[in-house]
Design a binder for this molecule. Structure first.
Ligand SMILES: [Zn+2]
Length: 464
């Protein structure tokens, strides 16, 4: 029995680990590397294993840095099932198709504006057809049920509280008389975050793979974040312009709508028109609403008893391009949520064009902005920005709200890790190197457990 670490070892994205046990080869996640062009070029490198040798993929959640290479794996010979929580399967129906569309568009652009010979022959990483073929091998499992997927291999998903359908993976692996239990945290959510449940406690494991995205940081408390958003909305109301919110389509957009509804009176939401201007966020929202069984107790009460939550009367979904363009004519009183979350493409660009140079407008960032993106430049205080070939001065007020992260902070992760009885061995993955080292030290200090930081390609035996 062993585990080999292939992805998300020296960075946050590209989650991918292989478990060999009971004569089977299992892939935990199969994610895209995201970041600079050089980072993303890694996605085109051959897999460091033969895709046809994999018996099954076990997917922690829908985010593309965990799921995005599955169509490629299938295209290159993987013919087994992909096990995912039911809502993850639904979300992948949106996310993998979108990933294929972006890749097709990028290949076409490079063919039309080539910088090199390879651009002239650019191919998408995978196409929409490839994504559809891959989606057909997904098998949805609910939380909390143990399934024997092969003789000697049992799996159970528990709620990770990160995005809808996100799972902690429990794996029981049997060889002869020996049974060992491996737990994979996937991405862990924040305790007490809106809409979703807290990460479930798991009490037993021999080995634990744990993420460490915010292993060296503590988030602002949610109450403080809510007060901050309320204050910002009232200031923006006085200033008389619009509020533009670049947001990720899955998770953040739904949380924002939920908070707007929950604080409808207190935040004076009746004074605003709210636009969810992202076809993908609209689809993801309908998947969220179709899975109320996965909401936390507070959100479930609202869902079951609509009178207890003021509905967002002034919410507009604008999937069509002409509906989106019509928003440009509104100069005051609009809250516009659009993608991409880091402003490196999508409809958010045309909303920035119409609002960023106006001092009465506000731009609200609610998520991580990677180095090199337009969103990062704005957050870092750029005086002017180039949007679709034209320069605009930045006069709007720019805000960053940190407390809505879908990832728990180091205290959340320690709390979850502290739920294990006994002393499992921990493997820290999915974090930038300083975050991983800092989190390893904390785990050792506070829990007194054995902790390793695997390097890419490292293989650890367990159960021998
Ligand atoms: Zn994630």
């Amino acid at each position: 029995m062993n585990i080999a670490f292939y992805g998300a070892t020296e960075r946050v994205t590209g989650s991918c680990h292989i478990v060999h046990a009971a004569g089977r080869t299992l892939l935990l996640d199969c994610g895209l590397v995201q970041g600079s062009d050089a980072d993303e070029a890694l996605n085109r490198k051959p897999f460091p294993f033969d895709p046809s040798s994999i018996d099954a993929v076990i997917l922690s959640h829908g985010h593309i840095d965990h799921s995005g290479r599955i169509p490629l794996l299938v295209k290159q010979g993987f013919s087994g099932p992909v096990y995912a929580q039911l809502a993850t399967r639904d979300l992948c129906g949106v996310l993998l198709l979108d990933s294929a569309v972006l890749s097709e568009r990028d290949a076409l652009y490079r063919q039309k504006h080539p910088h090199s010979d390879s651009d002239r022959h650019a191919e998408p990483l995978y196409t929409r057809e490839d994504a559809v073929v891959a989606l057909n091998v997904f098998k949805g499992l609910p939380y909390g049920e143990q399934h024997e997927i092969f003789s000697g291999v049992k799996v159970r998903f528990r709620d990770a509280g990160h995005i809808l359908g996100s799972a902690l993976v429990e794996l029981w692996l049997q060889e002869g008389e020996v049974e060992k239990k491996l737990v994979f945290s996937g991405d862990l959510g924040q305790y007490g975050s809106p809409v979703l449940n807290d990460p479930e406690t798991v009490e037993t494991a021999d080995a634990v793979l744990i993420e460490s995205t915010y292993g060296d940081r503590v988030h602002r408390k949610l109450e403080g974040t809510i007060a901050e958003i309320g204050e910002l909305i009232s200031v923006a109301r006085r200033d008389g312009g619009n509020i533009v919110i670049p947001a990720f389509a899955v998770g953040r957009s739904q949380e924002l709508l939920y908070l707007f509804a929950e604080h409808y009176e207190a935040w004076g939401m009746k004074n605003w028109q709210v636009f969810l201007d992202s076809p993908m966020a609209i689809e993801a929202s309908s998947i969220y609403w179709n899975h109320p069984e996965l909401f936390d107790a507070q959100a479930a009460v609202y869902r079951n008893n609509p009178t207890s939550l003021p509905p967002l009367h002034n919410l507009h979904f604008t999937p069509r391009v002409e509906q989106s363009q019509a928003i440009n004519a509104i100069h005051s009183g609009a809250i516009i949520i659009a993608g991409s979350g880091m402003c490196n493409g999508g409809r958010i660009l045309h909303h920035l064009k119409h609002n960023i140079h106006r001092s009465e407008c506000h731009i609200l960032f609610t998520g991580y902005q990677a180095e090199g993106t337009l969103g990062r430049a704005i957050v870092d205080g750029a005086r002017d920005v180039t949007l679709q070939g034209r320069k605009y001065s930045v006069a709007a007020h720019v805000h960053t709200i940190g407390g809505l992260s879908a990832h728990g902070d180091r205290e959340d992760m320690l709390r979850w890790a502290g739920g294990f009885k006994g002393s499992p061995e921990f493997f820290v993955v999915h974090g930038d190197p300083p975050a991983k080292r800092s989190f390893r030290d904390l785990l050792q200090e506070r829990l007194g457990v054995r902790v390793s930081i695997p390097a890419p390609g490292d293989i650890y035996s367990f159960g021998l």
